[in-house]
Design a protein around this ligand. Structure first.
Ligand SMILES: Nc1nc2c(ncn2[C@@H]2O[C@H](COP(=O)(O)OP(=O)(O)O)[C@@H](O)[C@H]2O)c(=O)[nH]1
Ligand SMILES: [Mg+2]
Length: 420
């Protein structure tokens, strides 16, 4: 691809913009350049998003993730180290209010990493801006937040100093909605989302900071001390909705970071650096690709996924779980159908590979039936929801009939070759 994005240096690019009329616009050409790049298009995609109040170090911490992925892509067999010479640049820190930067940003390069099992998987990093800001309307904030939750397979929720109820309320509202959005998709473990990492910055409780598992304990305890019904339901909602819940606590990173602006690791409190390193390795080393219900998202599916979700949020000004659910359900069904058809065509092509003469009609029918049976079984094995399964099989059947007809014609031609 010889385009502006891929020829210039990697950087954060805006993929979703807040328009003046409180509507969001997803930038299709930018998305296509990032996610449909041949290098990554067919790989399962891990989506790391961060959200939370403005100027609380989201972009700053994302640069640790960026450094890890840069390293792992280039030097997969070498250990990742952060030393005094490391500069953590990439996502820029925001100084003032600038409405034009509101929205959602992605790193222009999608990273390809080979996992321990030898499979390749790719990673995208997504930053958000304007969330929970006092100058941004509540609706705008919650839309940015809901979108990042919807897109992510690892959702990082960044808060300052502690985890009090008010900080959890937006998360709780969304999680409530999300349960209804994805309820119907079926399959998998039944949970709506994958990983939630709650990151607490400028954390001061020594008791937890001294404990190796302090972050996890703090988050679990704060969600667990049930004084108010609402908090109880937030906790239940989180546990029901996320497969894994992680907690990380960070001390103040030091004056140079909090008062000035620095990207040098040597200016950051070593304890902060150590914790950031542990967090990134924990979250990314065993990451799983994003899935919508039982369907794994590949990089090339991301553009459509984002476009349709943004459209849906725009069209339903009052956040409407049902509408979002329909979008996600249809997307998932279409992905399943196109994958089944792709597999069918691939198997049939293989059967014809190097064939100089045609098959007997019965043999061709057998090949077709066997291929169909195998694919149907695969689909049935991972889609647990009966209605969705029926819809996928119906559509697959239609497409496959058309495909079969092409192979039938192709066979006829080969049979003719044999006759003459
Ligand atoms: N006190 C404090 N400041 C931080 C921390 N991390 C980053 N900063 C500083 O906070 C400011 C805003 O950071 P930024 O990453 O742009 O925040 P964002 O708006 O949430 O993305 C920058 O000057 C950072 O250097 C932290 O953990 N604690
Ligand atoms: Mg930022």
């Amino acid at each position: 691809m010889n385009s502006k994005l891929s020829t210039s240096e990697d950087r954060a690019v805006q993929i979703i913009k807040l328009e003046s009329n409180a509507e969001f616009r997803a930038k299709k050409s930018v998305l296509l350049e990032i996610y449909n790049d041949e290098r990554v298009a067919d790989l399962p995609l891990v989506v790391v998003c961060i959200a939370g109040a403005a100027r609380k170090g989201k972009s700053f911490i994302l640069n640790f993730f960026l450094d890890y992925l840069n390293h792992m892509e280039k030097h997969p067999t070498e250990t990742w180290v952060l030393n005094d010479n490391t500069k953590l640049t990439g996502f820029e820190f925001q100084e003032g209010e600038d409405p034009t930067t509101m929205g959602i940003w992605a790193w222009s390069h999608v990273f390809v990493i080979e996992q321990e099992n030898g499979r390749k998987i790719c990673f995208t990093l997504i930053d958000s801006q304007g969330t929970f800001d006092k100058n941004t309307g509540f609706k705008t904030c919650s839309t940015i937040f809901a979108l990042t939750c919807t897109f992510s397979s690892i959702m990082c929720f960044n808060v300052f100093t502690d985890l009090q109820e008010d900080k959890l309320s937006t998360l709780a509202v969304f999680v409530e909605h999300a349960k209804r959005i994805f309820d119907n998709l079926g399959g998998g473990s039944g949970k709506v989302f994958q990983d939630l990492a709650i990151i607490v910055r400028d954390f001061c409780h020594k008791k937890y900071l001294d404990d190796k598992n302090g972050g996890q304990k703090y988050v679990e305890n704060s969600l667990g001390i049930v004084k108010v019904d609402e908090l109880q339901s937030t906790r239940d909602g989180l546990n029901e909705s996320y497969e894994r819940l992680f907690g990380f606590i960070f001390p103040n990173p030091g004056k140079k970071v909090s008062m000035e602006k620095t990207t040098a690791v040597q200016d950051i409190d070593p304890e902060f650096v150590e914790r950031a390193k542990e967090m990134v390795e924990k979250l990314l080393s065993q990451a799983e690709a994003k899935s919508i219900g039982p369907t794994v998202l590949r990089s090339k599916n991301m553009t459509d996924y984002i476009l349709q979700n943004v459209k849906c949020f725009n069209e339903n000004q009052e956040f409407a779980p049902q509408a979002v659910q329909i979008v996600n359900r249809n997307l998932m069904i279409n992905l399943e159908v196109s994958r089944a058809v792709e597999t069918y065509n691939k198997n049939m092509d293989e059967a014809f590979l190097n064939r100089k003469t045609g098959f007997e009609e019965r043999t061709l029918d057998d090949i077709h039936n066997e291929t169909f049976a195998k694919i149907s079984q695969d689909v049935e094995n991972h889609i647990k929801n009966k209605e969705i399964l029926a819809e996928v099989m119906d559509k697959f059947g239609e497409h496959m009939t058309q495909s079969f007809f092409k192979y039938y014609e192709k066979n006829e031609l080969l049979v003719e070759v044999r006759v003459y």
